[in-house]
Design a protein around this ligand. Sequence first.
Ligand code: Q46
Ligand code: ZN
Length: 312
Amino acid sequence: MRCHACRGPANVEIRRSRTAYCARCYPAWFRTQVQERIDHERMFRRDQGILVAVSGGKDSLALWHALTELGYRADGMYIRLGIGDYSQRSQAKSEAFASERGLTLHQVDLKEAQGFAVPDLLDTRSGKPCAACGTVKRYHFNKVAADLGYEVVATGHNLDDEAATLFGNVMHWNVDYLGRQGPVLASTHPKLVRKVKPLYRLSERETAAYAIIERLDYILEECPMAKGAKSLAYKGMLNALEEEQPGAKYGFLVGFLKQGRHAVPGGDFDQATDLRECTRCGQPTTGELCAYCKMADRGRKKSASKAAKYAR
Ligand code: Q46
Ligand code: ZN
């Protein structure tokens, strides 16, 4: 195949659009896709401060790289989740990325600041901490962004992530989540920062190709807690379908966003506005105590009982 831009030999094939690019032209194509989504979905403007949620993986580092190359004012934020060696290695990759480019990386150390780590949050039924970990991440990215005056939090969710989430929500008919799934989550409270996903139409393969061609040094291994997660099974199924029908994932997600979402209650996006402030931490919530504060209590208890066991 020939490169769609320069007609030289191609290196990266985009099967769903039957095009391909060489390694020299590919990064510009990728960044054009990102820019086009930012503009089309009115994610943010050039004069706004963006906080990128960084994990040390290819998606978040590719996003941070693309945004800075496109001239946006984007700082990073990393949460030390306390997941053993994996966390240490992903922290090192995130710090190296920032320092090599002179970028600002904010950090929160969960154990130090909150008295628990993600492995203290295992769910009794699933045996996994992922649902709670998601709450931890959303809470701290939002809080740091709001406290430091950023106008938007950008995450590296790609097409594969979004299609797998959609698949899971359809499988379980999570109508509430379906109504909220999209590339932009508006702010409905002064302490709730706007959330955006500029890579949502780019596949994991396309993001990986960008990271490799741009020589980004990212952590290759997956979080050890992800093993056996339902989302991985959904991704596997969607990949098998994609092999047979190039463009299936894209059609599934984009078709839903264009047509399906509006048919779901709450799908036109004006989220709950009856938010008040958590009596303990002051963050927006619908109840008296926010979900994070309740969960953090459980985490601290678990962490203390583990420490007592070791002391014996
Ligand atoms: S970091 Fe957290 Fe993920 Fe690890 S514990 Fe689960 S949710 S798998 S993206
Ligand atoms: Zn709270």
